[in-house]
Design a protein around this ligand. Sequence first.
Ligand SMILES: *Cc1c(COP(=O)(O)O)cnc(C)c1O
Length: 415
Amino acid sequence: MHHERVRAVDPAVADALDAEVSRQHDTLAMIASENHASQAVLEAQGSALTNKYAEGYPGERYYAGCEHADEVERLAIDRAKELWGAEHVNVQPHSGTQANMGVYLTTLDPGDRILSLDLSHGGHLSHGHPANFAGKLYEVAHYEVDPETGYIDYEELRETAEEFDPDIVVSGYSAYPRAVDFERVQEAADAANAYHLADIAHITGLVAAGVHPSPVGIADFVTGSTHKTIRAGRGGIIMTSEEHADAIDAAIFPGGQGGPLMHNVAGKAVGFAEALEPEFEEYASRIVENARALGDAFEASGLTLVSGGTDTHLVLCDLRESHPETTGGDAEGALEDVGIVLNKNTVPGETRSPFNPSGIRAGTAALTTRGFDEAACREVGDLIARIVDDPEDADVRGEVSDAVDRLCEEHPIYE
Ligand SMILES: *Cc1c(COP(=O)(O)O)cnc(C)c1O
């Protein structure tokens, strides 16, 4: 993939874009929120729809000339309805955070209460962190995972809901390796007479393919990012029932956004069409099998997995027991040096800080897109463990680097 037209006007940006394509090819993208969108999705996202103002919704726009924008947005909506079985879908949120904002604007007044999972236990900034608008506008309390098992403590969640009396309970997480029991979260929301927002940003693709239970039809609102496991390019999405359809649409536009990013809506439409193909179910199953293989390799090397394994695309490693002197940041840096890109992460019961936490998080969605199988993921797990054991050893670094190069060559991404 080259960027000749960019190069003709802007060699500096063209250099950076070319180098980014090479970086993605030459490294293992294991940040659990990332994936490699297809060239079809990239083409749609780079289309002339970026020029079009389409404030409003299909058939009800504020400007003329929206017939093709309407067609694209209707396709994205219809495909999303088919993928997730939702009654009403809004495909305009610029990102997952804006999707959550749309739900809060629909359900809450400033000062109302959000109950969500603690960030260090796997929650997300947009679930009410003090640095995020949600934490500034609303009153927030948190539930936690069980420190022994690493699983959501649904009993504690229900008790906290009864005590705190939230207006909305948020489920769905950024660093939780286990399947979420949305029915039990719903019970906690019911006990407090609160709404339930299920934020499936990470697991959109797994839910669409039926390899993770779906909150659609259980929670009042389901939000997601479109660039993670569903692989449909940057953006966000909201799903809800007919009852809340108009309120959600008004909360996104004009409530929280201006004109939609129609080129991104086109990317979503194309990515959703790809996800409706039968191969996508196979892809999603393989993501989870690959994450299990990765986790098995970690455990065989003596690393500790939060919750002892995974049901999803990600594994979370707590380094404190096996490598008390090694922080997540140390591991992230040493791994990046050898071409393995993952992220440091807080772990339940974190004893360090969010800036230098005790864990690493690794996902298999992007590797699976490149065609990695379980054997390849086990090998990657071994390579990661070798670096975590010996981050400074030049021989180990050289061998791991060579193995990463070979794996990248064997699994090309773009033509
Ligand atoms: C990734 C993520 C989001 C959305 O993030 P954006 O970067 O705004 O798309 C929202 N919630 C959770 C739980 C996430 O993991």
